[in-house]
Design a protein around this ligand. Structure first.
Ligand SMILES: Nc1ncnc2c1ncn2[C@@H]1O[C@H](COP(=O)(O)OP(=O)(O)OP(=O)(O)O)[C@@H](O)[C@H]1O
Length: 334
């Protein structure tokens, strides 16, 4: 069953003071294209990884789907209901608010330093579900138990918890509302490597046991491979490749994906070198030329077509698509 459907989502940020054209009376403002024409769907209980270099638009897309920010245009459907049209300021009180929850990189973004863990978990339950008394306490206990956080830590303030305990508390707060979709933005990047693995295992356990779908933002393709069934690769605000983890990371078709995959440090061997290696810097996301492939400046396969037309999104098979005029095939991809 489709839980989430996103169609043609855009997010522009105005930049600079604006310029007046020579022959025009209108002031033209520059725009930063943070998310551009993004479409995807997510099934109930499914995990979708969102990968790409810094600045590719992952966090902006996550915050649009979490309805913490308003899209410039496009549609976001949750179980068929159009939640994208509700302004973010009102979304906080919407009936579907508890169905989508976000876990941030820094637990302090969701845990008030002056509130105990118990209060942090209880507040949204009281506000959104009107829970109180024994039922509220029972749900708080349930959430703590699900994330394996000892009940005796519930009275502590966030600064008296370890990094791993804080991460668990942030997840407990989100799952206490029994969401259908959990959005995790680099949830473990602030943690020690040994604790990261434990927290990721916990997230996977919650997805399996509670049937929560995950939108998982990460720099780390190894983590996405372990945790997700599907993956979406972003470059300068656009989705350049999408599909099952096996297809996209096993047989990448976009030269950019191939570059990211080649850079994965596998156990016991250094990152690959050669054709697939990513070099150069991404172009500017401010007022990008409309008729040009965004990756053209870094692409070894770029030709005349790439400099005159944006590549359309092509379906390669049932669950694998790529936006490239010259997709890689077979051995090219490695
Ligand atoms: N509030 C904002 N105002 C202006 N520009 C913004 C704003 N938020 C993000 N951007 C810009 O939008 C683009 C996408 O940023 P975003 O944070 O979504 O990328 P990201 O892929 O999540 O990067 P990272 O992995 O570093 O978090 C960047 O160019 C960024 O500078």
């Amino acid at each position: 069953m489709t839980l989430l459907e996103v169609r043609g989502l855009h997010k522009y940020f105005p930049v600079g003071a604006g310029r007046r054209g020579l022959l025009s009376l209108r002031v033209r403002r520059s725009r930063l294209h943070a998310v551009e024409d993004v479409s995807f769907s997510l099934g109930a209980g499914e995990a979708l990884g969102l990968v790409g270099e810094s600045g590719s638009g992952k966090s902006t897309l996550a915050s649009l789907v979490a309805r913490l920010a308003d899209p410039s245009s496009g549609t976001i459907l949750l179980e068929g209901e159009d939640i994208g049209a509700v302004p973010a300021a009102r979304a906080a009180r919407a009936a579907w608010r508890s169905h989508i929850q976000m876990v941030f990189q820094d637990p302090y973004d969701s845990l008030d330093p002056r509130r105990s863990v118990r209060e942090a978990i209880a507040a949204p339950l009281a506000r959104l579900e009107g829970l109180g008394g024994a039922r509220l306490e029972e749900r708080v206990r349930w959430a703590l138990d699900r994330v394996h956080l000892p009940a005796e830590l519930a009275g502590r303030l966030p600064h008296r918890l370890s990094g791993g305990q804080l991460a668990r508390a942030g997840i407990a707060r989100a799952i206490a509302l029994r969401p259908r979709l959990l959005i995790l933005d680099e949830p473990t990047s602030a943690l020690d490597v040994s604790i990261q693995a434990v927290i990721l295992k916990l997230v996977d356990e919650l997805r399996r046991d509670l049937g929560i779908a995950l939108l998982f933002v990460s720099h780390d393709l190894n983590v996405v491979r372990l945790l997700c069934q599907r993956v979406m690769v972003m470059y300068l605000g656009q989705v350049v490749e999408r599909g099952s983890v096996d297809a996209v990371l096993g047989r990448p078709s976009h030269p950019y994906t191939a570059g990211l995959v080649a850079a994965i440090p596998a156990l016991g061997r250094p990152p690959r070198t050669g054709r697939a290696r990513l070099t150069g810097e991404p172009g500017s996301p401010i007022d990008p030329k409309p008729d040009i492939c965004r990756f053209e400046t870094r692409c070894a396969s770029a030709g005349a077509l790439c400099r005159t037309r944006q590549p359309p999104f092509l379906g390669l098979d049932a669950d694998h698509g790529v936006a490239c005029h010259h997709p890689l095939r077979g051995a090219d991809a490695r």
